[in-house]
Ligand binder design. Structure first.
Ligand SMILES: [Zn+2]
Length: 103
């Protein structure tokens, strides 16, 4: 167990990045569904920032390229495991919703 938590060491930097991810992303990178950013903190669907490479594996919690938007529940379920199918999602930008055009 690591006793040093870089996330706590520089929370101002982390908050700034968190705000940026929330501003730039709309969908959970783990399940691909929309994240409701109006939800208060602590709910299963609440927006959270997930590190692609976990901090415990050497990833940076302050690098924009290592941080993606995720549901709290998805983030918790993933833990420190490799993202698996989510890796595919990480490589492509979120798809816009399909419109039902009939012609
Ligand atoms: Zn999700």
């Amino acid at each position: 167990m690591a006793s040093h938590n870089p996330r706590r060491a520089n929370s101002a930097m982390r908050n700034k990045l968190r705000a940026r991810v929330l501003r730039e992303e709309t969908h959970c990178w783990l399940c691909g569904l929309l994240v409701d950013k109006t939800l208060p903190h602590g709910l299963p669907g609440s927006p959270e920032i997930d590190e692609i490479i976990p901090v415990s594996k050497g990833g940076s919690p302050f690098e924009r390229s290592n941080c993606r938007l995720a549901h709290r529940l998805c983030n918790a379920k993933r833990g420190n495991k490799p993202p698996g199918h989510a890796k595919v999602l990480a490589l492509q930008p979120p798809k816009p919703l399909k419109t039902s055009r009939r012609w």
